[in-house]
Design a protein around this ligand. Structure first.
Ligand code: 9MR
Length: 284
């Protein structure tokens, strides 16, 4: 199904620190290697996720025991090794994931903009051609966090850090007023003004908490998928759309929020109305 339906693949967890490096000195590349080979055999592109992440729980314990200075050296070594290993095979990387606070208090966890700039430089050195992205949630539409991330990327561009674009995660809950297509289009346009690309990087659309009949909820979901994907298609700087999973059977939403139906294929792998709402040209 992946090969038939999609043109690009993102290992959802297999390239994360915890998966690659659960023990210090041990690298576990077998799963991502298989995924990259699968993609190549099927003519799919691969995006990597993610080289650094401000959330502590995304790192193995041995990393958390290091001093801040040692952690930065470890991040440099990690980026050189992982980006270098897949150079020319992975076409885009999420370099830093979720660095910004939701409440306007700036960067999380003692990370500085210089640290983030360095990570982009190390990734660029390891692969001169790969697309380098900053990735975060609550930044697709308007609002404080969206503005904070934009301002940070503006500063990174101004100092010449090799940032190519930004990923809008797009974990949407239709019962919780997700950003409108108009807002997302305006946000993509301001990034275009900065010379940066955008992607819709982790889209899923929760409808479990929405009022109405099942058919009405599924229709609202299909409309939202269609509208957001349409915004990307119409924006000259939007590189593509990634869905955070393809079947509801394995969505993270089920584990985190209970039963839900956020994706293009249901738990039995049948296409949902949302699948038919998405213009397939956009699934790159
Ligand atoms: O879907 C992912 C889930 O299986 C993992 O347990 C979790 C922790 O690594 O990460 C989930 O994916 C997250 C992504 O890496 C970053 N943005 C938010 C995603 C959903 O939590």
């Amino acid at each position: 199904m992946l090969a038939r339906e999609f043109g690009s693949l993102v290992p959802g967890n297999a390239l994360k620190w915890k998966a690659l490096r659960s023990d210090r000195g041990v690298w576990t590349f077998d799963v991502p290697d298989q995924m990259v080979e699968f993609a190549e055999q099927n003519g799919m592109r691969v995006k990597g996720h993610t080289l650094a992440w401000s959330k502590e729980s995304s790192y193995p314990n041995w990393f958390l025991m290091l001093t801040r200075a040692e952690q930065l050296v470890a991040i440099r070594d990690h980026i050189q090794a992982v980006v270098g290993r897949y150079a020319g095979r992975i076409t885009a990387w999420d370099v830093w994931n979720e660095a910004m606070a939701n409440d306007g208090s700036g960067l999380l966890g003692g990370v500085s903009e210089d640290d983030i700039a360095d990570a982009f430089r190390w990734a660029r050195e390891a692969d001169p051609d790969v697309v380098l992205l900053y990735n975060d949630y609550k930044i697709a539409g308007s609002g404080r966090k969206s503005d904070d991330v934009f301002a940070m990327l503006q500063r990174l561009v101004a100092i010449g850090a090799p940032v190519d674009g930004v990923g809008f995660q797009m974990h949407a809950n239709l019962a919780d007023a997700p950003p409108s297509a108009t807002e997302i289009a305006a946000n993509m346009a301001r990034y275009e003004g900065l010379g940066l690309n955008v992607t819709i990087s982790e889209m899923d659309v929760r409808i479990a908490d929405l009022a109405g009949t099942t058919d009405e909820r599924l229709e609202a979901q299909a409309n939202y998928y269609r509208d957001v994907v349409g915004v990307c298609l119409a924006a000259p700087n939007c590189l593509g759309v990634t869905f955070w999973g393809f079947t509801d059977r394995y969505s993270w939403i089920d584990a985190r929020h209970g039963a839900a139906d956020p994706l293009l294929f249901d738990e039995n792998l049948a296409a949902t109305p949302a699948y038919f709402g998405v213009d397939r040209k956009s699934v790159v």
